[in-house]
Ligand binder design. Structure first.
Ligand SMILES: Nc1nc2c(c(=O)[nH]1)N[C@H]1C(S)=C(S)[C@@H](COP(=O)(O)O)O[C@H]1N2
Ligand SMILES: [Mo]
Length: 253
């Protein structure tokens, strides 16, 4: 190739790479990746993400990044009678049931959960509606709970059963994740938000944080963690309240 043509091609490829990078700006910043990469490096990064996306940690932020206002969404004050009763009692009678395909089913009090190992993380919550807020979460790693209960070999998914009913649904809110996300180090059942017990609007007394996915996966008002082989038999059979209404089951970000 003569020099003129080589220049022409490098300009065209340069422009294409720049356009691709620009298109990826939001995602790149979200993942803490900054600066210019060559086209080859960019391709490499994308290939890696495709191969090992679910082992990567979601970006964590600093105290200074915490949103002054964190928007509550979906159910924010459940009207369900059982939930109202628990609130009245300051959640003294609340228990987290761990059952399904486990060796040692359990019903744990908040005191027992708080006595388990904990993880604290400052992360960004992205709702499918297009808003984001940064909050600090402290809770028990789901992996610790599952290790304590002992998964049976047939277990493939973890289902989170909630205490609230959203809108005119026939079923209580629920969600599910696979075992890759269940054992991810940032997957926690959070009981504190911004250094205080989780408020009712954000899912008191316990809510899921699964940081590599969108907001609707982060079940609030969790009362039961069930290990299952399939979720065909639960509610609409698609693995979650919003999934039953057409949303994607794997809401990776
Ligand atoms: N039980 C339950 N969990 C839920 C919801 C809900 O309505 N009920 N809404 C979901 C949606 S769409 C979002 S964006 C987040 C909102 O969490 P927040 O109220 O802490 O902002 O909770 C998710 N988890
Ligand atoms: Mo959401």
């Amino acid at each position: 190739m003569n020099n003129g043509r080589r220049n022409f091609f490098s300009k065209v490829f340069g422009a294409a790479a720049a356009a691709l990078l620009a298109g990826c700006d939001a995602l790149s910043q979200k993942e803490g990746f900054m600066g210019m990469l060559s086209f080859g490096e960019w391709l490499n990064l994308k290939t890696h993400r495709l191969l090992i996306p679910r082992n990567a940690l979601a970006r964590e932020f600093t105290e200074a990044d915490i949103s002054r206002y964190f928007k509550p969404n979906g159910s924010t004050d459940p009207a369900d009678a059982a939930y109202k009763g628990l609130v009245k009692n300051g959640f003294a009678r609340w228990r987290l049931t761990v059952d399904g395909l486990v060796e040692r089913p359990a019903a744990l009090s908040m005191g027992e959960l708080r006595a388990m190992p904990s993880r604290t993380q400052i992360t960004r919550h992205d709702c499918v509606e297009g808003w984001s807020c940064i909050g600090k979460w402290k809770g028990v790693p789901l992996a610790a709970l599952l290790e304590r209960a002992g998964l049976k070999p047939q277990a493939r998914y973890i289902v989170f059963h909630c205490l609230d009913t959203l809108g005119s649904s026939e079923h209580k809110y629920y969600e599910s994740i696979d075992l890759v996300d269940a054992f991810h180090p940032q997957t926690i059942l959070a009981y504190d938000m911004n250094d205080r017990p989780l408020p009712v609007a954000h899912g008191a007394p316990l809510r899921l944080r699964v940081e590599r996915q969108l907001g609707y996966k982060m079940a609030k008002y969790v009362t039961r963690v069930e290990a299952v082989e399939s979720f065909d038999h639960i509610a609409g059979g698609k693995g979650g309240h919003w999934e039953d209404r057409g949303y994607e089951w794997y809401a990776g970000i």
